[in-house]
Design a protein around this ligand. Structure first.
Ligand SMILES: [Fe+2]
Length: 202
């Protein structure tokens, strides 16, 4: 007897590693550092003991290349999920600089189709992992006695950040970042992306 499996309502995380990450990250790190020098207080959001820029990188020409890549990747994901061919993607992006001891509390991003993060600079593995919490709320009511976690039984999934890697996921997945226990800053760019039909009111 063959038992067949079908995953209903999956929670995908899409990821890719940029080939030119060393030179690309050197430029982004300089730009991120300059942003912080220009605005030492930044904004307070999910960051604990970290610095976060305003979510306006999409308006800054210095960040044009990463803005373009975010949109290109999300466009391909949207196409793979059969978004209408005339949709236009809009995004907001911001810099996170998390010094040793900083973390990002668990949260989700409402009112967007995709969220994500691109890692510019870090010291793995001590810099802490990004983690995702099972969005199937009712599944937490009666957890299974397991010897090993699977995609089905997992309550949380951790992914180790890597310089030059971008992660994209549905904004509705709760996620956070562990405490940076390394001795150097963890620097990343986060973003939210919304898809609009051309001509439709936003
Ligand atoms: Fe987030």
């Amino acid at each position: 007897m063959k038992i067949e499996t079908q995953a209903l309502f999956p929670s995908p995380v899409w990821t890719t590693l940029f080939d030119d990450r060393v030179s690309f990250n050197a430029k982004l790190l300089a730009l991120a550092s300059q942003l912080r020098r220009d605005d030492p207080n930044g904004v307070s959001n999910t960051n604990i003991r970290g610095w976060q820029s305003p979510n306006n990188l999409q308006t800054l020409s210095d960040f044009e290349e990463i803005n373009l890549r975010i949109l290109q990747i999300c466009q391909r994901i949207a196409e793979s999920q059969h978004f209408m061919p005339n949709v236009v993607l809009q995004h907001q992006a911001w810099v996170n600089i998390s010094p040793p001891g900083a973390s990002n509390q668990i949260h989700y991003h409402a009112n967007c189709h995709f969220s994500g993060v691109y890692y510019i600079s870090l010291k793995a593995p001590e810099c802490g992992s990004i983690f995702f919490r099972d969005p199937r709320v009712a599944s937490r009511m009666f957890t299974a006695p397991i010897t090993q976690q699977t995609d089905f039984t997992a309550e949380e999934v951790r992914m180790r950040p890597e310089e030059g890697r971008i992660y994209v996921f549905p904004g509705w997945i709760e996620h956070g970042v562990e405490i940076n226990e390394s001795d150097q800053d963890r620097v990343s760019i986060s973003f939210n992306v919304r898809a609009f039909q051309q001509g439709a009111p936003a």
